[in-house]
Design a protein around this ligand. Sequence first.
Ligand SMILES: [Zn+2]
Length: 92
Amino acid sequence: MAHRAFARDQFAVSEAVNVSAPVLILAYVVILLGALVGLSIYYELRRKQFEPRPSEDHIFRCGKCGFVYTDDPDVDRSRCPHCGRLNEAIEF
Ligand SMILES: [Zn+2]
């Protein structure tokens, strides 16, 4: 009788392992994916903090010597660093 009870307990333990192992793997994968998504969002936010500079600055193209340069976004007209001609900002 005691042997039978032991065998049933063993079965219950192995069944519990069989059920919990895929759950553990699933939880591991979900945590890994979540970490990956969180990391990519973190790097995307970091990238956006540093990269929008080119579109914020005004771009100028000198009408005299053709030199292309950028200046602060708060100025409408900027002097060419090559020849000193005052140029209008290029609008896209
Ligand atoms: Zn110029």
